[in-house]
Design a protein around this ligand. Sequence first.
Ligand code: NAD
Ligand code: IPM
Ligand code: MN
Length: 350
Amino acid sequence: MSSGSTRHRVAVIGGDGIGPEVCAEALKVVAAAGVDLDTTHFDLGAARYLRDGAVLPDETLAELRGFDAILLGAIGPPVGDTTVPPGTLERGLLLRLRFDLDLFVNLRPFAGIPGSVAAGADFVVIRENTEGTYAGEGGFLRKGTPHEVATQGSVNTRHGVERCARFAFDLASRRQAHHLTLVHKTNVLTFAGDLWHRTVSEVSAEYPDIDWDYNHVDAACIYLVEDPQRYDVIVTDNLFGDILTDLAGAVSGGIGFAASANLNPARTGPSLFEPVHGAAHDIAGKGIANPLAAIHSAALMLEHLGESDAARRIVKAVAEQTDDMSNPDIPTSNEQLSTTAVGDAIAERL
Ligand code: NAD
Ligand code: IPM
Ligand code: MN
């Protein structure tokens, strides 16, 4: 039963590698939490591309706009694969969804699991999701010649940075620590960094109760490993956010735990929920992928859809399961649980 009068319509893109495996567990857990979603599965990803060349047809994108939310597993070919040119799916499918649906916030929460480097840490990275080096500015000159030139610019707009900064301050003001850190590279990226620093500084005037500071991105990598407990809300640009969140996942217990929400806060269309990790072809089909990132991402989706009670219960079950899996006093803690066994265990706890 859903809390609203109509069932939430969710588009599911399982995608490639472990994507479909972890998505199935996320949907199993949502059902166990008592939310009856109206799901439609979309055949997109490497297999579809190799079959008929389609990446994200215009009519499919138009159809996706009509859903309440999108749940995505992962897309992308094995690293080094040349049958799908690099970026075809990443840019043509995932980034196109982020850009065209105006999912300008990529929210990635981290809670260090017991025994991890970041044990006890609890922070959220707000990654700008539509600009920076991801915008696709650049090109080649004299490609393939000894005088070849390749440029890849970084696009930073006042509007784009400001709305992201404001979202991050709003989030910080709802959290206990009331702290925000801007991460950038103002000492070298003196144009983009200047815009980011000025904008965050100006927006901060609207939030006098939030303590904010600034870290260079290289130093932030040190602090994430040596003292991650210092962070509460981190706000950063698209590429730094991509890199920092894989690192944050690794120090928090593993990338298999890291969830994300690609949000259109104005709700002019569906938001997209997906694990931080990729298609992990090295472990695909073995039944050993950790589904907790996808399950937690589905909880973020339910929260966004107004199913707060179910979302809270799933997040709690994930935390308890994680604690048990990392507790040396529990005999099964060091055994590798299968993907489906972890999904079943969460469903059982609900
Ligand atoms: P990856 O995240 O797929 O894998 C990196 C490492 O993490 C691998 O060793 C993998 O086994 C491990 N790992 C990832 N998820 C795991 C899980 N749930 N449980 C246990 N271990 C897990 O990154 P990659 O290898 O650089 O990329 C593979 C493909 O995925 C590429 O095509 C890339 O473009 C794509 N990708 C897609 C997304 C996405 O769809 N959102 C994100 C990242 C990468
Ligand atoms: C992520 C992924 C994507 C990114 C890729 C697949 C386009 O790495 O969601 O972190 O770089 O944003
Ligand atoms: Mn990434």
